[in-house]
Design a binder for this molecule. Structure first.
Ligand code: ARG
Length: 458
């Protein structure tokens, strides 16, 4: 491609470090799409003849067919996907192939291909997140009334419901999908026609190629167009946050499926056994989702470090952008799909959850609230009184609802039988009717609202 200036080929190790075809062959669809749009525009602008444009178009379609069939030979000597396709085009159609690269450089070509790929990745991730949200909301709806302990510091805090817990993740994954959508909207500008860095003297129509490729507009500055990779960084940043959310849910599944909790069972489809301990059922998928976060946030860090300090415009460092981005996006797609699979597979164990919800004096706040509501005690004082009742139960080794009224009255003589209506975990959860609270009816409404929204939007 640059033989005019060179008299010798590259050293073997130079070819090894320089070639990116093993990674960027994944961009073949985008590369052909971009070249077709460019050739059609060149013809419309009168830069190349209509016949040449037709030959280029047909040749590119033939190549697409060959790659799809697995009949295309990718060559390392030809460095990357752009030169592999162009060289094949030359073999297929001869001289007109040499006109395709008019008013274009690999710099704007790869930036365009990569944005097209990243845009598609955004769409795929968003769809996958919506599927995960659907799985979680359906499970939440079915278990909106299953009482479980809510934790802070992993210490029993207050009774909630299993559905409420799952719906918290639906909110998180919805924001993740929103971040992906934001990234997509910002990246949707077309670099094609920026050429090497300075634009071109040919009368090209950048609006035309931008529109043909589904971009909102051409990038406004040719230097920025070929230098920018923040679109990939933003995608990986959103992916990293989503992965962090996935890892938290994965960790909870690991805890919940442990016999020490026993809140949830995963079927054989999502469990593995041990080769030495016959009793074991390990939540490997959850553990791997938890671990994939390392790979995904590493890919963000990888690309941040590659881009840091690069002068404008293109530097070959930027060729490393694809490996990082593909790795992060692939890992995220796998993690979301595995999580959706587990969300559909898991069976909550209401008895174990209810039993645990009664442990740890989880309804202590309800006693304090009762004192405020019924006796008009200031909350700070009610907290103190309740603390003494909890200490009493703790000394006796019983749960709060196992104390007698007489025993509780040794702490606060004005307590009445009515206190027993708030002492059960189920009553406690049901009383949390404030906006966004854990009451089963609230959870049902939340889940239904999300399921409606998820079926309506595209
Ligand atoms: N394979 C290269 C990449 O992925 C394409 C751009 C090469 N441009 C250049 N000036 N060498 O970044």
């Amino acid at each position: 491609m640059w033989g005019g200036r060179f008299s010798r080929g590259p050293a073997a190790i130079m070819e090894e470090i320089n070639a990116s075809i093993d990674v960027d062959r994944r961009l073949w669809r985008e590369d052909i799409e971009g070249s077709k749009a460019h050739a059609a525009m060149l013809a419309a602008a009168g830069v190349i003849g209509a016949e040449d444009a037709r030959a280029i178009h047909d040749g590119l379609e033939t190549i697409a067919g060959e790659i799809e069939r697995g009949a295309f030979t990718f060559s390392k000597t030809l460095e990357d996907i752009h030169m592999n396709i162009e060289a094949r085009l030359k073999t297929l159609i001869g001289e007109p192939a040499g006109r395709l690269h008019t008013a274009r450089s690999r710099n704007d070509q790869v930036a365009t291909d990569f944005r097209l790929w990243a845009r598609r990745a955004c769409d795929d991730i968003e769809a996958a997140l919506r599927d995960l949200m659907t799985a979680l909301a359906e499970k939440a709806l079915a278990h909106a009334g299953d009482v479980m302990p809510g934790f802070t510091h992993l210490q029993t805090a207050q009774p909630i419901t299993f559905g409420h817990h799952l719906m918290a993740y639906v909110e998180m994954f919805a924001r993740d999908a929103g971040r992906i959508a934001d990234a997509r909207a910002r990246m949707n500008e077309c670099p094609l026609g920026a050429a090497a860095l300075a634009g071109t003297s040919f009368p090209i129509d950048r609006e035309m190629t931008a529109a043909a490729l589904g971009f909102d507009r051409p990038c406004a500055n040719s230097l920025d167009a070929v230098s920018a990779r923040d679109f990939a960084l933003e995608l990986l940043a959103a992916a990293s946050i989503a992965a962090t959310h996935l890892s938290r849910l994965a960790e909870e599944i690991v805890l919940w499926t442990s016999p020490h909790f026993g809140f949830v069972k995963l079927s054989d489809a999502f469990s593995t056994g041990s080769s030495i301990m016959p009793q074991k059922r390990n939540p490997d998928a959850a553990e791997l989702v938890r671990a994939k976060t390392g790979r995904i946030t590493a890919s963000l860090n990888n690309l941040l470090v590659v881009m840091k300090g690069l002068p404008l415009a293109y530097s070959k460092d930027m060729q490393e952008d694809k490996a990082a981005t593909f790795e992060g996006v692939d890992a995220l797609a796998l993690a979301i799909a595995a999580m959706a699979g587990m969300a559909r597979d898991l069976t909550p164990q209401p008895d174990a959850m209810a039993e645990a919800a009664g442990r740890g004096f989880s309804t202590a706040t309800d006693i304090a609230d009762w004192l405020v509501r019924v006796l008009n005690t200031p909350f700070r004082d009610a907290h103190h009184v309740t603390g003494a009742i909890v200490a009493l139960a703790d000394r006796k080794g019983v749960t709060l609802d196992a104390l007698s009224l007489e025993e509780m009255r040794t702490v606060e003589p004005r307590l009445t039988e009515d206190i027993f209506t708030v002492l059960s975990p189920a009553a406690s959860a049901a009383s949390r009717t404030s906006h966004g609270g854990a009451a089963p009816d609230n959870v049902r409404a939340q889940a239904t609202r999300w399921l409606d929204a998820l079926t309506q939007q595209p």
